[in-house]
Design a binder for this molecule. Structure first.
Ligand code: ADP
Ligand code: ADP
Length: 238
């Protein structure tokens, strides 16, 4: 079942006299439980596309359906709730609050939900176990490593049990060891939780953890590779 359907979207910046066409007639869909990467050269439109799917920007034409709902027609106020309930975000620079400890950062997205404390703590225990950070709950953000920070950010994205997790260069600030660990944890989250992950990256090693890669270039999704076999074979293909 499709959790995300992109239907012939275009995005044009600039003015009528001087239009900058960034995305041209892009269509694709992502099924529940997939781990999909978006790659492409700098300026190709990856961030633009992610912003449209995040519902923080709207396409010039075309439709975006998330969990069967057309978000391109939704009003701003409804979108705020929709984002909170259906989407999880993992950013390159974590966006953690240093005034809160690890546990409270993870719980932050639930602040507006009506969920029993016990249920919250059960979720915290569960997601932090998958991400290997259950021993860090009482720590201050300044006292954990960069790799741990990104896993805390991932836990915060997961705590609302989002239908779709959007990650923008999640390994961008990490050394290769921390990056590998994060990707292994994200893979576990994807497999154990049936969580759908859409990840933008320009890094082939990071992308090699995805089941499917969408390439974007000159405004179009120009090819699609399903990873089969080993990571080494994947590297030879791209
Ligand atoms: P990527 O993330 O793949 O590097 P972007 O989506 O950031 O690409 O940018 C794609 C193109 O759109 C670039 O040519 C960029 O200059 C242009 N662009 C992005 N945002 C805007 C904007 N707000 N106004 C005008 N042009 C923009
Ligand atoms: P990234 O590739 O890391 O996503 P950005 O999204 O910040 O980087 O920018 C990508 C490209 O889009 C850059 O070339 C930048 O100059 C251009 N860009 C971003 N925002 C705008 C904007 N508001 N107007 C014009 N160009 C923009």
């Amino acid at each position: 079942q499709a959790i995300l359907e992109i239907d012939r979207i275009t995005k044009v910046y600039g003015t009528k006299l001087n239009p900058v066409r960034v995305l041209e007639d892009i269509s694709f869909s992502i099924d529940q439980g997939e781990f999909v990467g978006i790659m492409g050269p700098s300026g190709a439109g990856k961030t633009t596309l992610l912003n449209l799917i995040s519902t923080i920007d709207r396409p010039t034409t075309g439709k975006i359906l998330i969990n069967q709902t057309d978000v391109t027609r939704m009003r701003e106020k409804k979108l705020t709730t929709f984002r909170r309930e259906q989407l999880g975000f993992i950013f390159q620079d974590f966006n953690l609050l240093e005034s809160l400890n690890v546990k409270d950062n993870i719980l932050l997205p639930l602040a507006l939900e009506r969920i029993r404390y016990q249920e919250m703590m059960e979720r915290v225990t569960y997601v932090t176990k998958i991400l290997g950070i259950e021993h860090l709950l009482d720590k201050a953000i300044v006292d954990i490593s960069i790799g741990q920070k990104q896993r805390v950010a991932a836990a915060r994205a997961l705590i609302t049990q989002p239908k779709l997790i959007l990650a923008d260069e999640p390994t961008g600030s990490l050394d290769s060891k921390s990056a590998t660990e994060l990707l292994q944890y994200l893979t576990a989250v994807n497999q154990q939780e049936q969580a759908t992950i859409l990840m933008v990256t320009h890094d082939a090693f990071t992308a090699s953890y995805c089941q499917r890669i969408l390439f974007i270039k000159d405004g179009a999704i120009f090819s699609e590779i399903v990873r089969q076999g080993t990571r080494k074979e994947f590297f030879q293909k791209i």
